[in-house]
Design a protein around this ligand. Structure first.
Ligand SMILES: [Fe+2]
Ligand SMILES: [Fe+2]
Length: 196
């Protein structure tokens, strides 16, 4: 695990700008806090949080080439906006480079922007840390941070809702995986006491 982190650190310094590096560092710190509070394996959370944006600053054409070389399925939306591929390409790279087959870690990296249904706790933590780390400033962010320390599912529901509303207000695409996660969370919530 330490060897992987060392190499990721080297790659991050080569590929990421200083703002992005600061985001990743802050994301790892927030993810560690959530892992401790919720009793989730810290090492796996750190690895996923550390790796989530390693290819976020490479050119869109490079992401498309990597996805093609890796024989990944590229959706219509990803063709239109190849930056969307940065999580999936990072997960595929980590899997191949380190022979790492931990599905929860790989999915947490691949789906950190969109989210996904039946997301693992590691996935939930990385998704939330990406949106709620201390450099992020927007309405309600403090409240969402507190919520993420109390209840991962509720925080995921609220943060996903926030992202969806943001996309609608600005006329942006909503990723199909985000809609699937949203519907999954609504279902979970209905089964839970909150809506009974
Ligand atoms: Fe990202
Ligand atoms: Fe990020």
């Amino acid at each position: 695990m330490n060897k992987i982190l060392e190499e990721l650190q080297r790659i991050s310094k080569l590929l990421l700008g200083s703002e992005r590096l600061s985001h990743v560092e802050s994301c790892v710190n927030f993810a560690v806090q959530l892992a401790r509070i919720h009793g989730i394996d810290e090492d796996r959370v750190v690895l996923a949080a550390f790796a989530h944006d390693i290819f976020r600053d490479v050119k869109p054409t490079v992401l498309l080439t990597m996805a093609t070389v890796y024989r990944m399925r590229i959706t219509e939306l990803e063709k239109l906006n190849p930056i969307l591929l940065h999580g999936k390409v990072a997960a595929e790279y980590i899997k191949r480079r380190f022979a790492l087959h931990d599905r929860d870690i790989l999915d947490a990296i691949a789906y950190h922007t969109s989210g996904k249904d039946h997301f693992s706790d590691i996935g939930k933590i990385v998704f939330l840390s990406d949106s709620l780390e201390e450099n992020r400033i927007y309405d309600n962010v403090d409240w969402l941070r507190e919520m993420s320390k109390e209840d991962l599912n509720e925080a995921l529901f609220l943060t996903a809702g926030n992202k969806i509303q943001y996309a609608i207000r600005r006329g942006l695409f909503i990723l199909p995986e985000t809609v699937k996660m949203w519907n999954w969370l609504v279902k979970l919530r209905r089964e839970d006491y909150k809506w009974n």
